[in-house]
Design a protein around this ligand. Sequence first.
Ligand code: DC
Length: 229
Amino acid sequence: MTLPNSIAIDGPASSGKSTIGVKLAERLGYLFFDTGIMYRAVTLAVIRAGITVDDEEAVTQFAQRVHIDVGPPSVADGRKEDVLLDGEDVTWAIREPAVEKWVSRVSAYAGVRKAMTELQRRIGKRGKVVMVGRDIGTVVMPDADLKIYLDASLEERAKRRYLELIQRGETVKFEEVLASLKRRDRIDTSREIAPLRPAEDAVILNTDGLSVEEVLKKVVQLCGDCEDE
Ligand code: DC
């Protein structure tokens, strides 16, 4: 009996992928890897460098140059990991509204995806990994032992995201959070390369009305089901 060695969790923004992924990885003693971080870090770097986000060539060239590092959390401030951009701690900076606004656009560029996907595959090959994103089951790790697609309605996801931001002390309006998620959903699902969609062999879990513990229980059960195969 073996546990799934590689686990892919995909789904739309704020569907709970990271929350569930980090807990599952902890439980299994696996590496947790949130691929969204890489696209966010590239976006932050692009904004800081003053590069026009519409300039695909410049953004792509830049994405190939920046150095992104992810490691275990070094500060107990609610972070799930440390994110370093060319050595600087940008763990919270990559969650800022400007990044949120542009990340879907940056992550739709072919060259950016190629650079990020290569890195992600290398990490995936090491095994014992829970990797979360939009295209993990379909593109990054199509041979993953277990593929989960976490879904939730736009309203529910906006509520979760809104509460998260308020708890973090940010001043936001619910309507703005909802509109931002809706826009990202549209770009993430309609882009030409690696659009957000469940892999054919993914287990789709709708988490509307479920607590984190309830979703985690279902996901852990799925790992157990794999054990029996
Ligand atoms: O999961 P997240 O919200 O942190 O992801 C930020 C953006 O990165 C998301 O809008 C789309 C992009 N992304 C992607 O295109 N592919 C991935 N595997 C992960 C994220």
